[in-house]
Structures are given as structure tokens and as C-alpha cells.
Design a binder for this molecule. Structure first.
Ligand SMILES: C[S@@+](CC[C@H](N)C(=O)[O-])C[C@H]1O[C@@H](n2cnc3c(N)ncnc32)[C@H](O)[C@@H]1O
Length: 259
């Protein structure tokens, strides 16, 4: 990302392409499976499993299985096509076709709030404000999970070859520890694998990861990069390092963000 910006948007012409790349990525990556395991471990610790909020639910690869563990699921998804798909697939969900900054959820509170791979779309200067708004909607004992790509590892190296990837996730972790206390915050590092036998598929996934369709003009360079750095015996393997930040609303904690 160069740098993550609120101006990143996917217009209608790019949308079908984006959906196709998202589903290819989900098929070839272990990411969602591992995220579900990590999220499940947090869910185990919740005092209640009544209400789940997924911010930027995307294709629902996490939303739908996690929702099975809660009585009620709410999603905030600004992409109209995704929101429409959710309305058809999950009529029981409460669905807001809006962005997190604009939505007004009143005094609704949630036992689990998930924000997985969404902060890139929000300007870094607004991250803390964004997280504080999420925290305000946590029930006592509830958890907010933020997942992001690590600035280290093979995917970050790929980014840095074509653009820059310097998302300040550690600055965010430091700021939330300062605000909510280190007993309320947990940071986990984990690694996924993206694998395909097809170079074309890996290139499509590379375009998806780069978050900007302008790189489509550099497809052959991307292919050459993966051929050079990620060829294994019978295909292409890219390790993806990710960071999971969990913030728990400790009962009795007021903080500046208490709503
Ligand atoms: C990379 S996808 C992640 C989807 C899903 N959370 C996952 O991890 O599989 C990012 C999603 O965030 C949504 N999004 C972008 N900006 C947002 C915002 N300001 N508020 C809420 N969601 C946003 C996009 O529409 C997209 O569905």
C-alpha cells in the first residue's frame, strides 16, 4: 500500500474483478482457516456469546462461521454488492451498507467485534479514533479483534518490490496499550501459506494483495517476481505474516473511550 489511504476505493468496473480475486485468494490461502482458529480461541474466553459485529465483512468467509457461535450478528459493509449478497444469504443478520466512520450504532454493544483486513482502507491518522469507536461498542468483558498484514515477511517483501508497505500496526498496538492498559491487550503473530500450481492464479492473488488495480499493467513483472522468488517443486508458495491484535474491555475499565 502506498500508503493506506481513505481514497482507496473499488469502483463498479473493478468490483467483479475484485470479487473474483477475493474468492481465488480465499481458495489458495490458509489465512481464513487460521484466522478462524485464532478467533475461536478468543471466543472461548468471552463471558457471553450473544452479539457479534463484523466490520468490513467482505465475502463473509469469517463472518458466516463465526456467526454460528452467536445469537445475533451485525455487519457494517460499505460495498453495496457485498451487503446485497449478505442480505440474500443471511436474512437474519442486521446489515448496514455503510462505512464504519459514518455508521451510527447508537448504544448497541457487542461481545465480539471483528475488524479483519479493513484498516488499510482507513487513513492511518484516523486509526485510533476508529478503534476507540469500536471499543465504545464492546460489552463489558467483550473483545475487539483487529487483523492486519505484518510489515515483515514475504508478502511485505513483495509489496516493497512494487510499492511500499509500512503500515504502523506496532504504533497502533503501543497506542492501545497506553489507552487501555497492557492487561487488556494481546498481540499475536501468525503465518499463512498461499499456494497454487498456477502462476496466473498467483499473479491474480498478487494483484488482490496490492489493493490497487493500477498494477494490472505490471502483470508480467509480478509473474516474474513470483517465478524468481516463490517457485517450489510443483507450484508457487508465498508465506503471509499477519498480526492479530485483541483488545478486551475489562469490566470496570473506563478509559477515554468509554461510551
Ligand atoms: C480485504 S476485505 C476483508 C474482508 C473480511 N473482513 C476478511 O478478512 O475476509 C476488506 C473489506 O473492508 C471493507 N471496507 C473498506 N472500507 C471500510 C470502512 N471504512 N468501513 C467498513 N468496512 C470497510 C471493504 O468493503 C471490504 O469488504
Amino acid at each position: 500500500m502506498d500508503p493506506p489511504s481513505p481514497d482507496i476505493h473499488i469502483d463498479a468496473a473493478d468490483d467483479a474483478e475484485y470479487q473474483r480475486q477475493l474468492s481465488l485468494f480465499s481458495k489458495c490461502s490458509t489465512e481464513k482457516g487460521i484466522e478462524l482458529i485464532k478467533t475461536g480461541m478468543v471466543i472461548e474466553t468471552l463471558p457471553r456469546r450473544e452479539r457479534f459485529l463484523d466490520i468490513g465483512a467482505g465475502g463473509g468467509h469469517l463472518t458466516i462461521p463465526i456467526a454460528q457461535q452467536f445469537e445475533m450478528t451485525t455487519i457494517v459493509e460499505p460495498n453495496p454488492r457485498q451487503a446485497e449478497i449478505f442480505k440474500r444469504r443471511c436474512p437474519d443478520f442486521q446489515i448496514y451498507n455503510d462505512s464504519w466512520m459514518d455508521i451510527d450504532l447508537g448504544d448497541e454493544h457487542f461481545d465480539l467485534i471483528l475488524c479483519s483486513h479493513v484498516l488499510y482502507y482507513i487513513s492511518e491518522g484516523s486509526w485510533m479514533q476508529t478503534v476507540e469507536k469500536m471499543y465504545r461498542h464492546l460489552s463489558p468483558g467483550g473483545c475487539l479483534i483487529i487483523v492486519m498484514q505484518s510489515p515483515l515477511g514475504e508478502v511485505a517483501d513483495f509489496f516493497n518490490n512494487f510499492t511500499t508497505y509500512d503500515v504502523p500496526i506496532l504504533d497502533l498496538a503501543r497506542d492501545v496499550i497506553t489507552l487501555y492498559g497492557d492487561d487488556a491487550v494481546l498481540l499475536q503473530y501468525f503465518q499463512n501459506e498461499i499456494y497454487s500450481e498456477s502462476l496466473d492464479d498467483v499473479v491474480e492473488i498478487g494483484l488482490f494483495l496490492l489493493l490497487d488495480q493500477k498494477f494490472i499493467d505490471r502483470k508480467s513483472e509480478i509473474a516474474e517476481y513470483f517465478r524468481k522468488h516463490h517457485t517450489v517443486n510443483c507450484g508457487y508458495l508465498i508465506r503471509q505474516d499477519e498480526i492479530l491484535l485483541v483488545i478486551r474491555k475489562l469490566p470496570g475499565h473506563i478509559g477515554t473511550a468509554e461510551g
